[in-house]
Ligand binder design. Structure first.
Ligand SMILES: *[C@@H]1O[C@H](CO)[C@@H](O)[C@H](O)[C@H]1NC(C)=O
Ligand SMILES: *[C@@H]1O[C@H](CO)[C@@H](O)[C@H](O)[C@H]1NC(C)=O
Ligand SMILES: *[C@@H]1O[C@H](CO)[C@@H](O)[C@H](O)[C@H]1NC(C)=O
Ligand SMILES: *[C@@H]1O[C@H](CO)[C@@H](O)[C@H](O)[C@H]1NC(C)=O
Ligand SMILES: *[C@@H]1O[C@H](CO)[C@@H](O)[C@H](O)[C@H]1NC(C)=O
Length: 429
């Protein structure tokens, strides 16, 4: 009994609800006879282009013969048509897909602000089938925005001084529409640098860090966009060795006194920054840096600092080097001693020669004393010479008068030289 009543309830349930479930399932599985798949919202920048993929069915089919596709903004206005004979209002809208294949793809070029709007697809089968349908449930909304995309400038790899290079400007958007005009500017050149998509030039040192601009112009929509880049022109290093902040070095030689301190400044011009070294002698690298220069300090120089110092600079484009010989001034050439010599009036050559050996001894006894002693010696020497000349003249006169008495005169001449030397020696001591 119980079982029976249960079965009865079950069949009652089935009779009431099953048809409704079937209806629901059928509605879900059977497609609409007219459907379209397309993005509802599209944005494109002014002057650029966009392809809007689109597929449709009509009476459940996707293949047709002699059909026509239209894109329309309202019932009356054909924006674009697959039948080239149909009058249309927007030359820059193209029905790109073949409606015979269920393809309603729309291609928009040279987008203009006034193209912003809402559009829908209309399908017409061949005259025999009389299928006509406006896909109003899935309209597209097109928004044309300001042009903000920039062109690309290619081939900026490694610009090298003196090496020809070609730069290419590619308009944004990779579009098939009307080609924009291209203009190049260079900030160290007046006027237009180039008017085609590429420019070829040979970079100079002066081009480093100059900026160039590529401008793309879409005259149809009066929109333009530009890209500016800064040139990075690379070159091998060149170096200049200075003493201290600005002293030039003659003949690669710096003469120092013992105990002096000096800065050798090796300044480097290069791009990119060079690897710079100071080397003492053949291969003793004393300091190195990657940069625009390197200073070498020589403090309290001694004879061990006497050497050749070389500065070398290297980058991937080349290398160079220069050197300085450090030499110590010898003590014999003490400038103060030289000075006292030069200021005293130069006497007869014989006397200077006789004087020179004693000069070194003076240097250590004190300069002021030397001046007075030299002056005294000079006066005494001159007096002596004058008296000798007078004596000689007297002798000549005598010789002429008394040719036999020559021995005395000879003695006088023999005496003169040693006596002079001993006088000087006494003065000097
Ligand atoms: C398609 O049109 C051409 C002429 O335009 C006609 O010759 C052809 O028979 C048509 N085909 C169909 C299937 O309508
Ligand atoms: C194309 O359009 C023209 C003008 O409306 C019409 O005469 C012609 O039959 C159309 N062609 C097709 C294949 O629909
Ligand atoms: C879009 O249309 C333009 C104009 O007809 C054409 O030049 C271009 O090739 C089309 N784009 C594609 C991807 O076919
Ligand atoms: C070394 O040379 C560089 C560049 O000329 C300069 O900037 C720097 O001040 C110099 N250094 C010295 C100590 O002179
Ligand atoms: C430079 O040095 C060379 C040899 O080292 C020498 O012949 C020349 O005279 C020097 N020039 C100057 C201006 O000192």
């Amino acid at each position: 009994m119980r079982l029976e009543s249960f079965d009865r309830n079950k069949s009652y349930f089935a009779i009431i609800f099953l048809p409704q479930l079937w209806m629901y399932a059928w509605c879900q599985s059977v497609p609409e006879p007219y459907s379209i798949q397309v993005d509802s919202s599209i944005s494109v920048q002014e002057g650029l282009c966009v392809i809007i993929p689109c597929a449709f069915t009509a009476e459940h089919k996707t293949t047709f013969k002699n059909s026509t596709g239209y894109w329309k903004s309202n019932y009356e206005t054909n924006i674009a048509s697959s039948n080239a004979s149909v009058p249309i209002v927007k030359e820059n809208f193209h029905v790109m897909g073949n409606p015979d294949n269920g393809d309603c793809t729309l291609n928009i070029t040279d987008a203009r602000k006034q193209d912003t709007g809402t559009y829908f697809f209309r399908f017409e089968g061949s005259k025999e089938t009389s299928i006509k349908y406006n896909y109003l449930s899935d309209k597209i909304t097109l928004l044309v925005t300001d042009l903000t995309q920039k062109p690309e400038v290619s081939n900026l790899g490694h610009l090298r001084v003196g090496e020809e290079v070609t730069l290419t400007c590619s308009p944004p958007g990779n579009c098939d529409g009307t080609d924009p005009t291209i203009t190049w500017w260079k900030d160290n050149l007046d006027g237009i640098w180039g008017k085609s998509s590429s420019v070829t030039f040979t970079p100079l040192l002066s081009d480093h860090k100059t900026s160039i601009t590529c401008e793309v112009n879409y005259p149809a929509v009066r929109a333009s966009s530009q890209k500016t880049i800064v040139l990075d022109v690379q070159y091998p290093p060149s170096i200049n060795i200075l003493i201290g902040p600005s002293g030039t070095i003659a003949n690669h030689t710096v003469v120092l006194n013992e105990g002096d301190s000096v800065t050798l400044n090796c300044s480097v011009i290069s791009n990119p920054a060079a690897y710079v070294t100071w080397t003492k002698g053949e291969n003793n690298v004393v300091s190195s840096v990657t940069g625009q220069g390197l200073e070498l300090y020589l403090m309290d120089v001694t004879s061990s600092d006497i050497n050749t110092y070389s500065c070398s600079a290297w980058n991937q484009h080349g290398d160079t080097s220069d050197f300085v010989d450090i030499i110590l001034q010898s003590k014999n050439e003490d400038p103060e001693v030289k000075l006292s010599f030069e200021t005293s009036p130069t006497p007869a050559p014989e006397i200077v020669t006789a004087f020179s050996p004693q000069c070194d001894d003076f240097a250590f006894s004190g300069p002021r004393n030397i001046d007075f002693m030299i002056l005294g010696a000079f006066i005494a020497g001159n007096l002596l010479i004058l008296s000798l000349i007078a004596l000689a003249l007297l002798c000549c006169v005598r010789r002429n008068m008394k040719k036999r008495q020559e021995a005395i005169i000879n003695n006088g001449e023999e005496l003169s030289t040693p006596r002079t030397a001993s006088v000087y020696k006494n003065l000097n001591e």
